[in-house]
Design a protein around this ligand. Structure first.
Ligand SMILES: *Cc1c(COP(=O)(O)O)cnc(C)c1O
Length: 399
C-alpha cells in the first residue's frame, strides 16, 4: 500500500516520531487525545518514586521537604512555557476545569461590578454554558449566549454592558480556531474582561497568553496534556491582575500566610491567590510527569507535528475515498484548525465501535460527528495511514 510506505518515510524524517515509544498505547491507535491520551510507559515508576520515596518515609513533612506545597506553581510554570506565559502566572490548584472556570468567571465579573452582562459563545463546551449560567444567576447578571459571529457583533454593539466574555480558541466539536488576539483586543476596547477556555488548545496550539494580553484563562489537564483521568485543571492570571482579582473560592491555600491559621482571609498577592485547598498531590505528580516531553519539544514543534498528521490523514482519505472529504465538518485549511478535525458520518457511534474493533480509538458525537485528534507525540504517520484505511472500511461496512 503506497500510503503506508509514504507514512513510514515521513515518520523516518521526523525526529518527533521517536517519542511514540515512550507511551503505553497497548497497540491501539489513539486518535482521541483531545479526550484522554494514553499514559507514558514509566508513569507507574514515577508515582512509586513519590509514594515509596517521599510519602512513606516523610509523611506530612513531605509537603515541606519534597516540594509538594510548591507543585501547583512548579507544574504551572512548566505549563506556562506551552502557553506563552512567563513564570508565576499559571497555577494548577487541583480542581476540575468546571470548578476552575467557575472561580475565574466569577472573579472576572467581580472585576466589573457595574456591568450587567456575561457573554458566552453558543458553541461552547456544555459545562462552560452551565457554569456561566450559574455564575450569572449567582451574581445577578444577564447571561447572553451568542453564536460565533454574533459574539463579536455583540461586543462591538453592546460591549460597554459586558463584564466578562468567555470564548474558546478551538471549537470542541469541529476543531475550528478562534483567534485570541482580536477578540481580546475587542474586549479591551470596550472595557470587558476576556476569559479563555483553553482546554482543546493546550499542548497542541500556541496561544501566546502574555503577548495577546489575555486577562484570565483556564484549561483542562487531561486532554492533549495527557495528565491522566481527571487530571487537575489550570488557571492563568497575568501579573498585572494578581493583586486585584477576587476569587470566590477563597480557601486557606490562597491565603497570604496559610499556616498562620488566622481567622481573616488575606489573599496572597501573587498567583497563589488562585489556590483553594490541599491539592491532589498524586494527580499533580501525574500531570507533571506528562508535561516533561511536551515541554522538551515545545509548543511550536508540537503544533507543527499535529498539523502534519492531520493533513496526512486528509491526504490518505483523498487517496482512497475522496467523497469523505465532502463530509468534513472542520475547516479544510489547517491554519484554521486546532489539533483535531471532525467528519459528518451517519451512524457515528456504529462507525466508532467498528473502528475500536480494529484498534483505532476515536470519539463520536452522535448522531453524525466523529472527531479525530492528532496528538503530536504518540500518534505516527503510519498509524494515521492505518486509521484512514480502517475508516474507509468501516464506512463501507456501514452501507
Ligand atoms: C474538556 C473540557 C472541560 C472539562 O471539564 P471538567 O470539569 O474537567 O470535566 C471543560 N471545558 C472545556 C472547553 C473542555 O473542552
Amino acid at each position: 500500500m503506497p500510503a503506508l510506505d509514504e507514512a513510514r518515510r515521513r515518520d523516518d524524517l521526523d525526529p518527533l516520531a521517536q517519542y511514540a515509544r515512550q507511551f503505553a498505547t497497548e497497540g491501539s491507535i489513539h486518535l482521541n487525545g483531545n479526550s484522554l491520551g494514553p499514559p507514558r510507559g514509566n508513569l507507574a515508576a514515577e508515582l512509586d518514586r513519590v509514594v515509596s520515596g517521599q510519602w512513606a518515609p516523610r509523611q506530612v513533612q513531605a509537603w515541606f521537604q519534597d516540594g509538594w506545597l510548591e507543585l501547583p506553581r512548579t507544574v504551572g510554570d512548566k505549563l506556562g512555557t506551552l502557553l506563552g506565559a512567563g513564570p508565576g502566572q499559571v497555577l494548577v490548584a487541583g480542581e476540575t476545569t468546571s470548578t476552575t472556570l467557575f472561580n475565574a468567571l466569577t472573579a472576572a465579573c467581580r472585576l466589573r461590578p457595574d456591568r450587567p452582562v456575561l457573554l458566552i459563545e453558543a458553541e461552547s463546551f456544555p459545562t462552560d454554558l452551565y457554569i456561566a449560567n450559574s455564575v450569572a444567576r449567582l451574581l445577578d447578571r444577564e447571561l447572553v449566549v451568542e453564536s460565533r459571529a454574533g459574539f463579536d457583533e455583540y461586543l462591538r454593539d453592546n460591549g460597554t454592558q459586558v463584564a466578562a466574555a468567555l470564548a474558546a480558541p478551538v471549537d470542541f466539536r469541529t476543531g475550528e480556531r478562534r483567534e485570541i488576539r482580536p477578540i481580546t483586543a475587542l474586549c479591551h476596547a470596550v472595557g470587558a474582561v476576556s476569559v479563555w477556555d483553553l482546554s482543546h488548545a493546550t499542548g497542541v496550539l500556541p496561544v501566546d497568553l502574555d503577548a495577546n494580553a489575555v486577562d484570565l484563562a483556564v484549561g483542562c489537564g487531561y486532554k492533549y496534556l495527557g495528565g491522566g483521568p481527571g487530571a487537575p485543571a489550570f488557571t492563568y492570571v497575568p501579573t498585572r491582575l494578581q493583586s486585584t482579582v477576587d476569587f470566590p473560592l477563597a480557601g486557606w491555600h490562597g491565603h497570604a500566610k496559610p499556616f498562620a491559621m488566622t481567622q481573616t482571609f488575606i489573599p496572597a498577592d501573587d498567583i497563589d491567590r488562585a489556590r483553594t485547598g490541599t491539592p491532589p498531590l498524586l494527580s499533580l505528580v501525574g500531570l507533571n510527569h506528562a508535561l516533561a516531553p511536551l515541554v522538551e519539544v515545545g509548543i511550536h514543534e508540537l503544533h507543527r507535528r499535529s498539523r502534519d498528521l492531520g493533513e496526512f490523514f486528509l491526504e490518505c482519505l483523498d487517496g482512497s475515498r475522496p467523497e469523505l472529504l465532502d463530509q468534513l465538518a472542520s475547516p479544510r485549511d489547517a491554519d484554521r484548525r486546532g489539533g483535531h478535525l471532525a467528519l459528518r458520518i451517519p451512524q457515528a457511534d456504529k462507525v466508532e465501535s467498528a473502528l475500536a474493533d480494529s484498534g483505532v480509538l476515536v470519539d463520536a458525537r452522535p448522531p453524525d460527528l466523529i472527531r479525530f485528534a492528532f496528538a503530536p507525540l504518540y500518534v505516527t504517520h503510519e498509524q494515521v495511514s492505518r486509521a484512514a484505511d480502517a475508516l474507509c472500511r468501516a464506512v463501507e461496512g456501514g452501507r
